[in-house]
Design a protein around this ligand. Structure first.
Ligand SMILES: [Zn+2]
Ligand SMILES: [Zn+2]
Length: 149
């Protein structure tokens, strides 16, 4: 596991409790390969629905089992917001999924795991679950605050 680096290991353990959970959450469990019709560029961005711009292909996973989805440039930037960049951060995938869940919630108003998994062809069910849990607790926190004011 050394190739992931110490920071990666520590931070994942903090969040997931155990290394095994962390590894399986990190998208290392293979999902169904991309549907051939998903590789076709869609008419519009699945996140914001914009149809008048060129779409980028965003990868959730590189290498032999490439997996990803098309997004418009703005949404693609938003998914990589913060330090969710594969070149700079071993934790980028978890951060990118968190960004996706947040953006999806803002645009579509739901936190449906299977909707998010299939709409964006995400590699890891566990990461989406984690993102949803996090989003829900942030929402709760925010509502709590609003009540106090
Ligand atoms: Zn978009
Ligand atoms: Zn990307």
């Amino acid at each position: 596991m050394d190739e992931f680096g110490e920071y990666y290991g520590r931070s994942y353990r903090l969040r997931f409790g155990s290394w095994n959970e962390a590894v399986s959450a990190a998208g290392l469990e293979p999902r169904e390969p991309i549907d051939s019709d998903f590789i076709e560029e869609p008419e519009s961005c699945p996140l914001c629905g914009k149809s008048n711009s060129e779409l980028d292909f965003h990868h959730w996973r590189y290498g032999d089992n490439k997996q990803g989805c098309y997004l418009c440039r703005d949404c693609h930037d938003s998914i990589h917001e913060g330090d969710a960049l594969p070149s700079e951060n071993n934790n980028w995938l978890i951060e990118a999924v968190e960004n996706l869940v947040r953006d999806h919630f803002e645009r579509h108003g739901d936190l449906e795991k299977y909707e998010i998994l299939s709409r964006y062809n995400v590699t890891s069910e566990k990461l989406v679950e984690y993102g949803i849990q996090k989003m829900k607790s942030e929402n709760k926190h925010r509502e709590g605050k609003a009540d106090d004011e």
